[in-house]
Design a protein around this ligand. Structure first.
Ligand code: ATP
Ligand code: MG
Length: 350
């Protein structure tokens, strides 16, 4: 029997609740498909930082590295200054574990209503592939003459051929396995250096994938095309910042943050990948049982696929989809059931 070691970081706010609900589905899928999951909890996030002053230490990174995958709920808290957890924990883990590719499916499940008119389960099934370690997120720069009228902020953006090629290669492989269409999203008319490197990389790697057609859409134009005509896209490949923005846009199109799943993926398999919903810790609804666990459960299904348990992944995804189709509302008190009850329902459905 295959056995997998899963590191579980519930985190803050709604994170622990949605993660527990997702894990119920994972254990049910493992039991049904005949493999075992050994889940180990890791105490990380804002609560721990406020208690101990520690964000992430080397021993924890080493301990996480011993696992086959990481399931993350959400981290963040209004009491913690911006950047401490985002950079110190999330970005640090992405970099430490070479999770160079971020995968965000944008899929409208049957029975779920998109807030955008005309978007249906038939025309909304695409995947945003985002470069996950570079661009403006490298964080370097400076602020000179701070607090004066002469203040100048410099924010570095780094784009390397290596990381770009790894992301683009992954996107082409995915497009080949899907509907054979890839769209590069950037701002090549303004960001000439980085944009040029992205376009050249797509053109070059595209030669090895003659079955995949590829085109290009500016990031600003994407904000119009994605909601109005999602059916035009299969795989969208883009840089770190544009990917962050358009995948939140995609989350809205697919029914809201409570439904949007994601993976921080190490395509080389040299360290664990980390699966997390697109949403944050949602302090406004924490502890109320109003969070929709679908995004976390769909991320967990991606985790099972990443472990090689494809049947279990499809079963879990289908279970989440069937539960979603029955919800009177996708979030809040009108959902009809609590986060925990939805986790049990997903597990039953598996
Ligand atoms: P972060 O900075 O951590 O990304 P954020 O400010 O973007 O946080 P989120 O935590 O993503 O905020 O939440 C944004 C809004 O979406 C909030 O009103 C929150 O209540 C709602 N929301 C987020 N996740 C869910 C969920 N799983 N179910 C229901 N509502 C959610
Ligand atoms: Mg957010």
């Amino acid at each position: 029997m295959n056995a997998y070691k899963l590191a579980v970081v519930g985190g803050d706010g709604i994170g622990p609740d949605v993660t527990r609900a997702a894990l119920a589905g994972v254990h049910a899928a493992a039991a049904r498909c005949g493999f075992s999951i050994e889940a180990t909890d890791f105490d990380l996030g804002a609560e721990r930082y406020l208690r101990t002053g520690v964000v992430l230490e080397e021993e924890t990174v080493s301990a996480l590295r011993e696992h086959d995958a990481i399931l993350l709920g959400a981290v963040g808290d209004p009491r913690v200054a911006p950047g401490i957890l985002e950079r110190g924990l999330i970005v640090a883990l992405r970099v430490a574990f070479a999770q160079s590719v971020n995968i965000r499916p944008v899929r409208l499940y049957p029975g779920v209503e998109s807030p955008v008119r005309g978007v249906t389960a038939q025309n909304c099934d695409l995947v945003v592939i985002r470069e996950n370690t570079e661009g403006l997120y490298t964080g370097g720069g400076s602020l000179s003459h701070a607090g004066t009228e002469h203040a100048v902020a410099l924010q570095n953006s780094i784009t390397t051929a290596a990381a770009t090629a790894e992301t683009v290669e992954f996107a082409f492989q995915l497009a080949q396995a899907r509907r054979g269409r890839l769209t590069l999203c950037h701002k090549t008319n303004i960001l000439l250096h980085a944009g040029g490197l992205w376009q050249d990389t797509v053109d070059q790697i595209g030669q090895r994938y003659p079955q995949v057609e590829h085109d290009y859409v500016h990031a600003d134009a994407m904000c119009q095309h994605l909601p109005l005509d999602p059916g035009r896209f299969d795989v969208v490949v883009t840089d770190n910042l544009f990917g962050d923005i358009i995948s939140d846009l995609g989350a809205t199109v697919q029914g809201g943050l409570g439904l949007a799943a994601g993976a921080n993926y190490n395509p080389r398999g040299t360290a664990p990948s980390m699966y997390e919903p697109v949403h944050g810790s949602a302090p406004d609804i924490a502890g109320k049982g109003w969070a929709n666990p679908a995004a976390a459960a769909l991320s967990a299904a991606m985790c099972l696929a990443g472990l090689g348990e494809r049947t279990a992944a499809l079963i879990l995804e289908a279970a989440v989809a069937s539960v979603l189709a029955e919800l009177p509302s996708l979030a809040g008190p009108d959902m009809g059931r609590s986060t925990e009850e939805l986790g049990e329902l997903i597990a039953d459905r598996v």
